[in-house]
Design a protein around this ligand. Structure first.
Ligand code: NAP
Length: 260
């Protein structure tokens, strides 16, 4: 399938590792030129070099914290009018909701709701004017099926999801789509960090804990980031203009429902 993305441009946020990196790599394979962001400059440079070497795509880096105005402006200064925007940032910490301070709530809302909205606000009118835009927000399976220890994530991402549901339908007529990708368990550093504590408590390795987590899902394994990247590229395809305001769950069937 030709996704029709050759020559398009993208900003992929939080993309030096994990799911953001996988999205950047998949888009680069389709001929998309891009700006990728991340806080650790060395990791970002290495990621960009890897994607360039593999795909030959133009990859520029915008080091910085995407949850800050300066971090966002760094990316937008390099590419003010992208055809594609992939919103991503680190996830909030787990814990008991009684221990979440107002500041922790503000940080979570900023990172996982207000930051993607700010990026959308910065690029969407240009997309509307050019009659092409693809916006993909990396959220979480916790939007559909809340994870008790991830109250900050459940709440902040649900806010973004509600906002996007409305906005997506206001811009679709201009061939601008906004959709969300909802990861279940994918093998990334984030997952390794999340399972590390439980693994220690059970006296098993992180790898064993991840394998057990995967075995509990119908697919019998956790997700591979490249699978996530390919789903992102598909949502960005020129022929995906009729996919509007959707929440695509990639979780190996872990969410048990007749309709999901
Ligand atoms: P990851 O492997 O830890 O990678 C996170 C990436 O984002 C890194 O490149 C990191 O680079 C960058 N990043 C983090 N915070 C940033 C910031 N403030 N500004 C700029 N870049 C930032 O995480 P992941 O597993 O890919 O997760 C991506 C998102 O999906 C997270 O929000 C996570 O909560 C969510 N999610 C993941 C899973 C899963 O199983 N993996 C499941 C559900 C939801 P720097 O640290 O150098 O900035």
């Amino acid at each position: 399938m030709n996704l029709g993305l050759e020559g398009k441009t993208a900003i992929v946020c939080a993309a030096s590792k994990g799911l953001g990196f996988a999205c950047a790599r998949a888009l680069a394979r389709e001929g998309v030129a891009m700006v990728i962001t991340g806080r650790d400059v060395a990791a970002l440079e290495m990621a960009a070099a890897g994607i360039r070497a593999e795909t030959g795509a133009e990859v520029r880096i915008a080091p910085g914290d995407i949850t800050t105005e300066a971090g966002r402006q760094a990316a937008l200064a390099l590419l003010p009018a992208p055809d594609i925007l992939v919103n991503n940032a680190g996830g909030p910490p787990p814990g008991d909701f009684r221990d979440f301070s107002d500041e922790m709530w503000r940080d979570a809302l900023n990172a996982n709701m207000l930051t993607p909205i700010a990026m959308i606000r910065a690029v969407i009118d240009g997309m509307i004017a050019r009659k092409f835009g693809r916006i993909v927000n990396i959220t979480s399976g916790s939007v559909k099926s809340p994870i008790p220890t991830l109250g900050l994530s459940n709440g902040a991402r649900a806010g973004l999801t509600g906002f996007v549901a409305g906005l997506a339908r206001q811009v679709a007529a201009h061939n601008v789509t906004i959709n969300n990708l909802l990861p279940g368990a994918f093998e990334t550093d984030r997952l390794r960090q999340n399972v590390a504590k439980a693994a220690q408590a059970e006296g098993i390795s992180v790898e064993e804990a991840i394998a057990r987590r995967g075995a509990a899902s119908p697919a019998g394994r956790v997700g591979v980031p490249a699978e996530f990247g390919d789903a992102c590229a598909f949502l960005c395809a020129t022929s995906s203009g009729f996919i509007v305001g959707q929440n695509l769950l990639l979780d190996g069937g872990a969410f048990n429902a007749t309709l999901s």
